[in-house]
Ligand binder design. Structure first.
Ligand code: PBG
Length: 345
């Protein structure tokens, strides 16, 4: 076989393209990349969702969300202190309700001494300056796992549900919730909650409307975490949005804003960045994205298998939300990210 001549690797003038623009120039070194950077991620962009449970001084790992634990009230207070010291502005609370306290009508949601209310008061006492967000929806409290009340045929009763959600919101506001976040997707709930909050004197309680909440497979691990996966009958497609729809999210958001929403939420996050972008562009309201349990679990599972670099994927996924216009991100990675940012400056 004849020996092939070595290809020349030495640059010579004839191999040069005649380019005026060479975008790579702006990426040539770290200082240049820093200077060109369009978006930044800071601890102040993060909202940390935590799962609370009954008991004292205990933590239980959520098996489908490695690194995430359910916390007793006292442990939640400790984590709230940690969040505050890391510069995380707000925490969102989700209860794991004792199955014995779940019922068809979700009455435990209206108990001023329920887990969420006790956690609100305990954190407010110990860490008064952290923002506290509570979810308005009945699924942690219903024996059937749905966000609303059902009729005899198992259909969701919209208006009857809204009446209960209003009471739930009032109970949360009384216990100290700063932000009321209806995640139930019933029609008319934002307006009803706003009127009731105002009438009760909670003029400052903000409403973060889950305007675009999709019927998603990515909530699976969350339902494990709050213990509603085993009991959910059917699915949530008559109230949560169809993943095929984008323009409908604009109509949902427009209604929520007319009814009094202070902030909007898109959920899930990564598969719906187009929705996030469209809502932010169309309405300009503070708009948040929820990187949900399944998104977290995917990154963690791949990282645990050595299939990707978990920390890099975490940071890249969160930057994507900033690029798409998010004012803040609900993410189970919050403390880990804030710690990394604090370490690395
Ligand atoms: C319930 C609720 C859900 C999530 C937040 N609030 C689940 C659902 O709608 O079934 C999911 C959050 C997550 O997956 O991280 N209203």
């Amino acid at each position: 076989r004849p020996v092939q001549p070595e290809p020349s690797i030495r640059p010579d003038a004839s191999s040069k393209l005649d380019l005026v623009q060479r975008p790579r120039r702006n990426r040539k070194s770290e200082w240049a990349r820093q200077l060109m950077r369009e978006n930044t991620l800071t601890a102040a962009d993060l909202i940390w969702p935590i799962f609370v449970m009954d008991g004292t001084d205990a933590r239980v790992p959520v098996s489908s969300m490695p690194g995430v634990e359910r916390l007793t009230v006292d442990q939640s207070v400790r984590e709230a202190e940690r969040a505050a010291s890391l510069g995380i502005p707000a925490i969102a609370l989700f209860p794991f309700t004792d199955p014995a306290l779940r019922s068809a009508d979700g009455a435990e949601a209206l108990n001023g001494e329920n887990l969420v209310c006790r956690t609100l008061r305990a954190i407010k006492d110990a860490v008064p300056h952290i923002g506290l967000i509570t979810d308005v929806a009945l699924d942690p409290y219903t024996s059937h796992g749905h966000d609303g009340l059902l009729d005899a045929d198992g259909r969701i009763l919209n208006d009857e549900t809204v009446a209960v959600l209003v009471e739930q919101a009032l109970v949360q506001a009384e216990a100290g919730a700063d932000v009321i976040a209806p995640s139930d997707m019933m029609d008319g709930r934002v307006g009803a909650i706003r009127r009731a909050l105002d009438a009760a004197g909670f003029l400052d309680a903000q409403i973060l409307a889950y305007s675009a909440k999709y019927a998603s497979a990515f909530y699976g691990p969350f339902r494990d975490a709050v213990g509603s996966s085993g009991c959910l009958t059917g699915d949530k497609r008559t109230y949560q949005m169809d993943p095929a729809n984008g323009t409908e999210a604009l109509r949902e958001a427009a209604l929520d804003i007319e009814e009094g929403a202070d902030m909007l939420m898109v959920k899930p996050g990564m598969p719906y960045l187009d929705i996030l972008w469209r809502l932010k562009e169309s309405f300009g309201l503070p708009t948040f994205a929820y990187q949900v349990s399944g998104e977290y679990a995917m990154i963690e599972a791949a990282a645990a298998n050595g299939w990707l670099d978990g920390e890099k994927a975490m940071m890249e996924s969160l930057m994507a939300f900033k690029r798409a216009g998010a004012d803040g991100i609900l993410t189970y990675f919050a403390p880990r990210v804030a710690e990394k940012l604090a370490r690395e400056g």
